[in-house]
Write a protein that binds this ligand. Sequence first.
Ligand code: ARG
Length: 559
Amino acid sequence: MDYLKITEEYIISKGITPEAETRGLLVYSQDIKNGDCCLPCFKLSKAMRMSPVMISDKLRDGMTDLPSHIQRVESVNGYLNFYFDRKAMAKEVLGVMLAKGDKFEPMEPNGKTVCIDYSSINIAKPFHIGHLSSTVIGGSLHRIFRYLGYSAVGINHLGDWGTQFGKLLTAYFKWGKGEQTMDSLLELYVRFHKEAEQDDSLNDEARMWFKKIEDKDEKATAAYEEFKRITLEEVTKVYDRLGIKFDSYNGEAFFNDKMQPVVDELKSKNLLTPSDGAMIVSLDEYDMPPCLILRSDGASLYATRDLACAFYRKNTYNFDKNLYVVAYQQNLHFKQVFKVLELMGHEWAKDCVHVPFGMVSIEGGGSLSTRSGNVVKLVDVINTAVEKTKAIIADKNPELENADETAEAIGVGAVVFGALSSSRIKDIVFSLDKALNFDGETGPYLQYTHARCCSVLSKAQPSGEVDYSQLTDDDTFALVRRLNAFDDTVRIVADRYEPSILTRYLIDLAQEFNKFYIAHRIISDDKDATNARLWITRAVKNTLKNGMELILLKAPEKM
Ligand code: ARG
């Protein structure tokens, strides 16, 4: 039950304050000692021409018929504080949580489809730290939408087309020896650029090779396909470790033969204008540079492919939402593409959403940079995190069984959590040591708290009737209130495409659990208290575990 919502409805039903200004003001109290939720009246002051103190007093005086879930209401310095019927709420919430069981099943299918374009790596380029955010934000949203009952389609829109492949082929046939790896491909690419500075004929050769790829020449295609295979093999290893999956790998090359209808439609709708031999859609009116559709040599562009791709997704999946989890550097690109779709008269253009995020860099990343290209590879970051975790485990808990598996879960989890936990749009400087701090606001802290719950439950299991009056003190009730907010929190994450709201929720839950754990002996001589506290521990454990799953974290039982 959404206790905030029904309390808000009650306040509005009084008709004392203006509805529009009142909605959205009610919040759960920061300090539960001041009631379970509160209405700060400051923002109402202007509309009502009254002081906040007078408004909250007036509201309190009007609340003579409290609904059953509210026990009392107090007016304190412009805040209206509500005290819930804690026993009744504990009963309701625990009932719901325990019915969800150990593994939370997805909600009833809602018949809606969301396409999510994420990770979208480039072939033959290193899978570097810059792809971390797209990969984990998209991967997490994929799980979150599925949990909420959507059909979610995860798409890796591969960067597998462009003149750079002509350059790579040139370098490969000139200098490439034997089996290639991602590193050797990068070296070839870097070498091409260096030598082409001295020798321009290399660029002509690169154009020739690219033409051969376009013409499906056997030798060119074989090499190009091989580069694709090598890249996918390498990134799949990382995806497996992160728990990332895709339903489609249709990338740029897939749309090679699907752009003509878009160009034709643009023409027939009089949107296409020639400009210096190229074809563009002018967006002057919308304060944007033009969207380039065809180059002067007739070649298509990134935007042309994305237009064809949007039509393909609409026709194939009939999406309700079409999300692109791509760095904010591409803000303009997506604004242009969506605008063109709108000008073409497609009403679903409004369902296409760019979900941007900031840049990630690594504190002290210099030591992790690759020799050529100066990029930090994601796999090196993950490996370093896992190695550091192994050292921590060897020091703190040398007896731990499955130490390697646990170190993998913690190390990977620390990196993933680090990328998800600040609000999307912020640039982040990632510190491995901070991400691995078991006492900080980190992935390992969540995992540690979950393992703590498991350890309690390995000593005793809850059973039978619950005495709900044992769950009404401040520390315990804070957990009840938090558990109740889980599904609503996940819905907000999906509305705002913002997994950091869920990471915050889980940290709050873990901190509240640890506070409860320190304040109370869970297992004691008091049978009723023990049983009730074990039930709440189980609900917290399940919520942490399932919540962590939605942000791609594993939850080892011991650590
Ligand atoms: N491969 C591109 C990059 O790494 C991202 C592609 C995003 N998806 C899209 N449909 N444009 O920058």
